[in-house]
Design a protein around this ligand. Sequence first.
Ligand code: NAD
Length: 429
Amino acid sequence: MAGIEEARLEDVPLEWDTPLFHQARVQFEQALPYAAIAPAVAERLRYPERGVMISVPVRLDDGSTTVFPAYRVQHSSVLGPTKGGVRYDPEVTLGECAALAVWMTWKCALLRLPYGGAKGGVRCNPKELSSAELQRLTRRFTSELLPIIGPQEDIPAPDMATNEQTMAWMMDTYSMQKGYAVPEIVTGKPIALGGSLFRHEATGAGVVMVTERACERLGTPLAEQRCVVQGFGNVGGIAATELVAKGATVLAVSDVSGGVHAEEGLDVAAMHEWVRGRGSLAEYPHGDKISNAELLELPCDVLVLAAREDQVTAENAARVEARLVAEGANGPTTVEADEILAERGIVVLPDILTNAGGVTVSYFEWVQDLGRLFWTRDEIRAKLAEKMADAFDRVWELAREREISLRAASLVVAIREVAAAIEARGLYP
Ligand code: NAD
């Protein structure tokens, strides 16, 4: 990494200073020269507008009380309410939430959603908490957030170890305070509470929409591509199904238990069936067993990274044999690996573009809740496809015009959107 950026990052206040925030700042500083925005506007985008630290007391099932540290960071409210997930994780920090909030700002701006970015979390080990404890934790955390969340202020969503049920508890807690149902306070809710059709499939389907468009531009139709998918959860599992539906061959997939490989192509529907019954791909009886490290290095056309952060690194990037890497996960390619892949001519479809289907359908959910008018699955799929294609085209054109990576172009497009709004609003007072 160039020394100039390191020097510029010395100003990072201690509270935000984590490796992940550092990564988000380096990306921002690298994109700035291309974004060409006013220095005063750039300065306003470097740090979150607001970050709160909360101590959440929870009565455990054994009658004792534990206080959990919790956070919510709102990066930019210039375009509208802030939007972002809530994670329950033993490692979560204010600085990590800050980085994730920054990325949410860019993701929303890139998709032209009228939102800024936010992220929150509770530092806990969700695996050690009962469902009743998780419910009390969620309700108390939501109560503590009341002064800073709202359908026009900040709209939470699920993230690591939180799900539809967590959102239902948040919605209920908020609604009980108001005295009437407020479904638009969270997204990723159960359908019964105003959740959106196609939200569950949105991120994985969006990954494939972006991949298909990139393949078209590269003159290599998706139906002819041989694909490898890391991660077989919400994003990877749906992406694998969508790839097969488009006629592509999925020759390997993996989850945390390891991978399965078959050169002639896997029966993805049968694998879903297996995972539904057994919980993981371990012991899946067909294909060859491979490790996750081997999976990343398989010769293929498209590698979909849909597991977690830091998977392609300086250590293994030189051995990646794909032509196209699609980032379904957040931050799966490190800054160093990005450079190695670029030198080797491997095209990376960046996370803030590629996995934006989830937040886009979250936006559709909020719009439907506010309007009390619900759309069909096909309508939502079509609206998502339109938004993903529009964002992809703007990024692709800028990348070609300025001869920069798709990641840099995504950031530049997003930063310009937010900067234009800041310029137009001016500085209060
Ligand atoms: P998930 O928990 O449903 O699935 C994760 C999958 O990855 C599981 O199959 C798990 O076994 C597997 N996995 C975990 N560690 C692994 C490893 N080291 N090697 C191989 N596989 C591993 O989670 P998800 O919702 O699919 O999210 C995956 C990624 O996508 C995360 O980075 C998340 O932040 C990102 N993302 C998710 C959404 C969404 O709407 N779900 C939206 C945007 C981004």
